[in-house]
Design a protein around this ligand. Structure first.
Ligand code: NDP
Ligand code: 8X3
Length: 254
């Protein structure tokens, strides 16, 4: 296969979908993944029709290590030369005071953002080691740089993404595998809809009064990081909307 291959998790919406679209439009072959099968099917057809590229779609849960291993082992041989893994699947569940928050929500955040990243990376890294080359981009968050009120476990999970990115970068150096962590601020995707458990009004309010990041902004940044020469690696990148300085300072109009 002459075209480059990207494996992206969480491609059924938000950043992951925009990343798949960006890379397909740039001529990469894409392995798109997520739990929602219908969305993956629709995205696969859209990318193949519009960009004349090849797409494999796998629906699985990143928190299920047996499923992850089964899917990744079953990738056709010619597709195993993965150039870029984007660990993007994840999110927040609830924004509650630690004393009131639900353990089920804690599990979701640790399982998707931390364990999912580990399971998928551990399954794919051997293919990169085999060709002594690769690039892993982990989607962290500004929540991984600062802890904010009622952010408790989401912040902890994204701090883990930050720490794991550093650890992976050190350990995978000898295999010529780049590791980049990208930490976005507020971006309008399905993130808040998931966090607030389907409450559309609450989710919408998060992005009112300023211009948030768009999923396409993150896709462009991921593509930029992946397009640099072999000897250049962006290790760590924090990106916010212009209206936001960090987790605590966001200027809204009106
Ligand atoms: P979305 O909710 O739009 O997308 C999340 C994606 O993750 C979906 O495709 C979803 O697919 C997938 N996903 C969630 N859980 C699982 C699971 N158990 N197994 C497989 N896939 C899963 O949100 P975003 O695009 O905004 O989020 C992408 C990443 O960016 C997340 O890691 C999030 O924490 C991070 N982030 C988001 C920010 C924002 O403000 N939007 C800012 C900073 C970081 P499906 O449901 O089909 O499984
Ligand atoms: C999502 C951004 O500020 O809600 O990671 O934590 S924030």
């Amino acid at each position: 296969m002459t075209k480059k291959i990207i494996f992206v998790t969480g491609a059924t919406s938000g950043f992951g979908k925009a990343i798949a679209e960006k890379f397909a439009s740039e001529g990469w072959n894409c392995i798109i993944t997520g739990r929602r099968k219908e969305r993956l099917k629709a995205l696969k057809s859209e990318l193949e029709d519009r960009y004349n590229t090849s797409v494999l779609a796998y629906d699985f849960d990143v928190t299920d290590k047996d499923q992850v291993s089964y899917v990744v082992t079953g990738i056709p041989e010619e597709w195993k030369f993965i150039d870029l893994l984007v660990n993007n699947a994840g999110g927040a569940m609830g924004r509650d005071n630690f004393a009131d928050a639900d353990l089920v929500d804690f599990d979701f955040m640790i399982d998707t953002n931390v364990k999912g990243l580990l399971y998928v990376s551990k399954a794919i890294v051997p293919y990169m080691i085999r060709k002594n080359k690769g690039h892993i981009i982990n989607i962290g968050s500004i929540a991984g740089k600062e802890v904010y009120e009622n952010g408790n476990v989401y912040c902890a999970a994204k701090h883990a993404t930050d720490a794991l990115s550093k650890g992976m970068r050190i350990d995978l150096l000898k295999h010529n595998i780049k590791v980049t962590a990208i930490h976005p601020g507020a971006a309008e995707t399905e993130f808040s809809l998931v966090r607030f458990k389907g409450d559309e009004d609450k989710a919408k309010k998060v992005y009112e009064g300023y211009v948030p990041l768009h999923a396409e902004d993150i896709a462009d940044i991921v593509y930029y990081c992946a397009s640099l020469p072999d000897h250049v690696c962006i290790n760590d990148l924090v990106v916010t909307p212009t209206a936001q300085a960090n987790s605590y300072h966001l200027v809204k109009s009106g």
